[in-house]
Design a protein. Structure first.
Length: 630
């Protein structure tokens, strides 16, 4: 109940930071700063309650449940998820003109029951100076919003069913480390000693001093600042001639909290993130050298990475085939080595829920216009990528996995060619845009990490399972409320830095798809070969990783470094790699464990005061220092 009270305020806060003002952008990194801040506040208040009335204090499990529910609700309200959907529900009508002929080409095909078509409601949302309540606009929003809340909740239910099927294998059989749960577990558990560690407070004080100094400089410009971000830092900024200009934007940053997160990761992943970042840069340079940059999308970086994600899923299923066979036997009631009594739901329920949920989701998209078989293929691809991202986080915990434009709507049209789709297919496929534009805040890894939090705190898996589902339903509804409340006050076009900006992607895609240019009419064999190459290359990397001792190139590094966010993380991850390898080589595992509180302090030392500056700025409507760019 406390989590349900926190979620609406939390979603409002996230939207104000990421969509109204200019950061920070907590949901674009694997550990959400706003959720960590909320947990910190609750831990502090809980310590006071424990002194006054011990029986009323929250347990570590209860604190972690609130953290998990707040995190998944934040993902929905974040930069890459439901705000784009809210924009899409009005964008086609707001920007329809006689010149673009959207009213004739697209409006008859759009699902009116999922959109808001009232002219005054649309105008007021984009122009502001209105009220969601006093002007009665809530009346035109509640029905389509209810449909989408149901869709999001069902989507997360299927994800959690899939997570249930692999949870025991990953956590108990393969003993994956789940690096990103170490911080909240240490914060919530009084016995961890993190809050009494001098090393922790030393690590905390260094970035905290930087954030406080930079924050004060916003109000007192005479105070010098310490730049840890990417402003004015571009290694390739002076390379104006080919082929080196193909390197593109190559910034370097010094974010302390990224170094702290990097310390939690395996050394081979840290090295792989840096190596493959330059591997992709080298591909762009060679493309310019051989004058292949005139070919559309070459060298098919997005497609290669997608092939890598699918390869990870296939390899995970292949390695766990014996375990999955036992899951199937248990679900059928046959003799099995597994017992599902302590699982979030029974294996039979999980399999039935995943199949029934996928069927219902496909029916939803079919009602929009997408043919059944295409809807099923699209969701199978989506859940395959979701499983891959969940595995990536469980095994190695990278700070980013954005995967821009790698969803079914970004892959299928190019892979099959525009002739394989009808106009209504394209309309249906375009509604994958809002939850597939980028995967920085994908809910799948949050779901399985919540199961690990339950295991770490010896809590009920069922309570965490249904707590996450409830948080998704409430969080989706809260996101609609908060974003519409803010939008009608300020206006998407007027008083918000990123109001409906990503909603344009749907209409841009529809215009491109409907035009059916000749070079996209048939299957895109270049892109398909890119997918195949990425798949096979990732499989080979995985084989080498399993069979060659000391192999430094991890396949997950190949998959996650192809997109935007790695630009601002590669250098602090390089620093983390140097530090971690040095500590392990000269001090061994014992020194690594002793030093861990210092690096956890680096994370909290930048996030906590950074979040405080945003609260001060929002509360008093003044500029403030943003510690993390998008």
């Amino acid at each position: 109940m406390l989590a349900l009270l926190v979620i609406p305020l939390n979603d409002y806060w996230v939207l104000m930071m990421e969509k109204v003002l200019y950061g920070p952008y907590p949901t674009t990194i694997s550990i959400f700063a706003n959720a960590v801040f909320t947990l910190t506040v609750l831990v502090g208040l809980n310590a006071l309650v424990r002194r006054i009335r011990p029986r009323a204090a929250l347990t570590a499990a209860e604190l972690l449940l609130i953290y998990a529910m707040t995190t998944v609700a934040s993902a929905l309200a974040g930069h890459d998820m439901m705000p784009t959907l809210v924009g899409m529900m009005t964008y086609p009508f707001r920007f329809a003109t006689p010149e673009n002929q959207w009213a004739e080409k697209f409006h008859p095909l759009l699902p009116q029951w999922l959109l808001v078509t009232d002219r005054e409601a649309v105008r007021a949302l984009w122009e502001g100076n209105a009220s969601l309540y006093a002007d009665g606009f809530w009346k035109v929003w509640w029905k389509p919003a209810a449909w989408w809340v149901g869709f999001v909740t069902l989507l997360m239910f299927v994800i959690q069913c899939v997570n249930t099927l692999v949870r025991k294998s990953w956590s108990e059989h393969e003993r994956l480390p789940f690096p990103l749960v170490q911080l909240p577990v240490a914060m919530a558990d009084p016995s961890s000693g993190i809050w009494r560690s001098r090393l922790f407070w030393l690590g905390f004080s260094l970035p905290a001093a930087i954030v406080v100094l930079n924050g004060l400089a916003v109000y007192f410009p005479s105070i010098p600042t310490i730049n840890v971000g990417f402003e004015g830092r571009d290694l390739a900024g002076n390379l104006a001639s080919k082929p080196w200009s193909a390197l593109g934007w190559t910034p370097y940053t010094l974010y302390p909290f990224v170094i702290g997160i990097g310390y939690l990761l395996r050394a081979d992943l840290l090295f792989s993130c840096v190596f493959f970042y330059w591997f992709w840069k080298l591909q762009m340079v060679l493309t310019a050298v051989f004058a292949l940059d005139g070919i559309r999308d070459f060298p098919y970086v997005r497609q290669q990475a997608f092939g890598g994600y699918i390869a990870i899923t296939v390899m995970v299923l292949y390695i766990g085939r014996g375990y999955l066979r036992q899951v199937w036997r248990c679900a059928l009631g046959r003799p099995s080595e597994l017992d599902d009594r302590n699982e979030p739901v029974s294996y039979r329920t999980a399999i039935a829920g995943a199949l029934a949920g996928t069927t219902m989701l496909s029916a939803f998209m079919a009602a929009i216009g997408l043919r059944w078989w295409l809807a099923v293929v699209a969701f199978v691809l989506y859940f395959a990528v979701a499983l891959s991202i969940a595995r990536i986080r469980a095994e190695l915990g990278p700070p980013v996995h954005d995967g821009h434009f790698s969803g079914p709507d970004g892959i299928l049209p190019g892979a099959l060619g525009s002739r394989a789709f009808t106009d209504r297919d394209f309309v249906g496929l375009s509604y994958f845009w809002w939850f597939n534009r980028a995967y920085r805040a994908h809910p799948a890894p949050i779901g399985i990490e919540s199961m690990k939090l339950a295991e770490s705190s010896r809590a009920s898996q069922r309570i965490f399972f249904w707590g996450i589902i409830l948080a998704v339903a409430v969080g989706a509804a809260a996101t609609f409320w908060a974003y519409l409340h803010i939008g009608y006050q300020r206006g998407f076009d007027v008083g918000m830095s990123a109001g409906g900006v990503y909603a344009s992607g749907q209409m841009s895609a529809l215009e491109r798809w409907f035009s059916r240019p000749e070079d996209t009419a048939g299957p895109g064999w270049g892109g398909n070969l890119g997918i195949l190459f990425g798949f096979l290359f990732c499989v080979l990397l995985w084989k080498a990783h399993l069979h060659i001792v000391g192999w430094p190139f991890h396949p997950i590094g190949f998959a996650i470094t192809s997109s935007w966010a790695i630009n601002i993380l590669w250098f602090p991850l390089l620093i983390a790699w140097i530090i971690k390898v040095s500590i392990l080589r000269f001090g061994g595992l014992q020194l690594y464990r002793k030093a861990l509180p210092f690096f956890l302090g680096l994370i909290l030392g930048e996030m906590i005061p950074g979040c405080l500056w945003s609260i001060i700025g929002i509360a008093f409507n003044i500029p403030y220092y943003s510690f993390w760019g998008q």
